[in-house]
Design a protein around this ligand. Structure first.
Ligand SMILES: Cc1ncc(COP(=O)(O)O)c(C=O)c1O
Length: 374
């Protein structure tokens, strides 16, 4: 079959899709990796032991299909019921399930498309800049997108501003809010989020991937409002990117709807074991949060002294506007010095670099290289 013939076998939507671009996972050793918001500290010794002790003949068996034990432990931690929790293969999987579960694909029928109520039912809404996966998930599903700009300082517009601006859709089927925001690192006050949740008619997902490094969390909103879900992950604060475990907390009916459409064995067994052991050793992780926050504040001060504009962060990364050269040039210069950071071409952040907080020695190496470049 010719190449064009083969292409025709692929749905036009997929052919034209701009896929999500993950940060580089370098194959060469010796790089300082500050580009994908991983935790610089390893999982706790107890977690490593639990995983190692599970690598035996049980690998031939399917894992628990509903991640039952993990949901029970999380329910205890968050003072809710296991029915309020669904576990995913990373929170990314659950974000995708939310789109599939709550949003209509855009209709082929023009009349339905013109119908305002239908358009809202087919709309995935999010602020920009925020997690760039939301756009891709909407595109994969064939949903309508409503991307609305945050304020210039990456603050959340208040409900009155959203009403006045006219672009925001209070009836959107699904609204994602990254809180604290990525890639800016800006934290949001729960009371502000509550007002937005209160005004929204469709489902709201508060994506709290970085919340353990923040001053507040909005988990109570998932237990208060039936249409609000909070997304959490073991990837960032709990050093488990490799295992891919995330979860949603929220109303049992919404959770049950997502449960219906997930893969039967969506969370691998070792991931479940690692996440359960993590919850038995939270003090270890809390100590790491503090170390990361301390390094973040110190690095922010040092870069500011060197002429960088450093935005305040409540995450394990900082967004900085570098002096002297464009951000993209800094990306390459740092790469030349074996330091990987992240640069995005989106217009709101094109002048910035996003730097993951590493260990104190990685931060010191970064500052030294920056001085050299300057
Ligand atoms: C805002 C946000 N949400 C969710 C995720 C996905 O996390 P997970 O590893 O649980 O899929 C990320 C990862 O970069 C993220 O930045």
């Amino acid at each position: 079959m010719s190449r064009t013939g083969l292409k025709k076998l692929i749905r036009p939507l997929v052919r034209e899709l701009h896929a999500y671009v993950p940060g580089e996972q370098p194959k060469i050793k010796g790089l300082i990796k500050l580009n994908t918001n991983e935790n610089p500290y390893p999982p706790s010794p107890k977690v490593l032991r639990a995983v190692k002790n599970s690598v035996d003949s049980r690998l031939r068996l399917y894992p628990n299909p509903t991640s039952e034990k993990l949901r029970e432990k999380l329910a205890k931690l968050h003072k809710c019921k296991p029915e309020n929790i669904i576990i995913g293969n990373g929170s990314d999987e659950l974000l995708a399930l939310a789109v599939r579960g709550f949003v209509e694909p855009v209709a082929a029928d023009v009349n339905r498309r013109k119908n305002r109520a239908f358009t809202s039912a087919a709309t995935v809404q999010y602020f920009t800049p925020s997690y760039s996966l939301y756009r891709v998930l909407a595109d994969i599903h064939g949903a309508a997108k409503n991307a609305v700009a945050l304020k210039q300082d990456f603050g959340l517009p208040v409900v009155e501003e959203l009403k006045r601006g006219k672009f925001w859709n209070f009836d959107a089927a699904l609204t994602f809010v990254t809180t604290p925001n990525a890639p800016s690192g800006r934290g949001y006050i729960t009371a502000e989020l509550e007002k937005i949740c209160h005004a929204q008619k469709g489902v709201v997902v508060l994506d709290e991937a970085y919340v353990d490094f923040a001053e507040e969390n909005a988990l109570k909103l998932a237990l208060k409002f039936p249409h609000v879900l909070v997304a959490r992950t073991f990837s960032k604060a709990y050093s488990l990117c490799f295992q891919r475990v995330g979860y949603f907390v929220g109303n049992a009916e919404l959770i049950a709807a997502l449960d219906k459409i997930r893969d039967s064995y969506n969370v691998n067994g070792l991931g479940q074991i690692a996440a359960e052991a993590t919850l038995d050793d939270l003090d270890y992780y809390r100590a790491n949060f503090w170390k990361i926050v301390f390094t973040r504040e110190k690095l922010s001060r040092e870069l500011a002294k060197l002429g960088f504009r450093v935005l305040p962060s409540q995450t394990n990364f900082i967004l900085v506007e570098p002096p002297k050269f464009p951000a993209k040039v800094w990306l390459q210069k740092l790469r030349g010095k074996k330091i990987l950071v992240r640069w995005f071409s989106a217009p709101e952040v094109i002048d910035f670099l996003r730097i993951t907080i590493g260990t104190p020695s990685e931060a010191a190496a970064l500052v030294k290289m920056v001085r050299g470049i300057l």
